[in-house]
Design a protein. Sequence first.
Length: 299
Amino acid sequence: MSERVIITTSSRGINEDSLPYRLYQKAKKFGVWNPTDIDLSQDREDWQKMTDAQRNQILSLISQFQAGEEAVTLDLLPLINVIAKEGRIEEEMFLTTFLFEEAKHTEFFRLVLNAIGETGDLSHYHQGTYKKVFYEILPAAMGRLEHDHSPKAVAEASIIYNMFVEGVLAESGYNSFYNTLDKLGLMPGLLQGITLLKRDESRHIGYGTYLLTRIITENPELYDHIMMKMQEVAVLARQIIEESIQSGEGKEPAFDTDPDESRKFTETQLKVRMEVLARAKDKKVDEIYKIREKDVGVY
């Protein structure tokens, strides 16, 4: 076994200007919110006033977020272990906050369900492509990192976790909450938590963007493969959106929303993610470390 090298007592120290370290600082400042501090009493009252169709649509969204947050909490550890073994101290420092925040998001959605009295089995909302992604594709991609630490495996895991699940599906879900509840002034506690979650997730997505751009600059031969994988998840994203829209067809309208808006929003998210990765092809590693937060969507 080779002798351990301690980075932070070497002449290198900590790279305080690197994006992961800056994300760590932001997480300490903005990520320490407590789900139990959010008042859900008005949400409980609003829930009783909503129509059956409205409750069904929102419950479908919440149940999918609940399952998704649980899944990403459970599936993140292999990536943290790979980064730790590579000795990337600034990245691991940020990833410790990443896991804490995912656990907190899992707690938040469960508190919402408890508050509105929905304590039964909601797994019937997990169907089709959604179930394939969260029950099969995500755990497989992340679990692979337990035995395969290659840049290709890490890139594929980050594409599924950061770019697809967080960068496209979750962002599209937030948009749906705002387009339904916020417009009607309903469930303010849920929306307060969504706003805080969205800020946390912007850091997670920003790290994933950084990670993939770093992998591309360090392994340019993987660029075409990464872009091909992005095209594959784009197909999955479109399938999930269409299945969600079709599930409401022929039923009483729940909210005054335009399905085309949901499609356009998802396509925009996909386009933005792919454009950022495309720009990485011509960058040097030192440039990647200095990427500004705004360039990867962190706020």
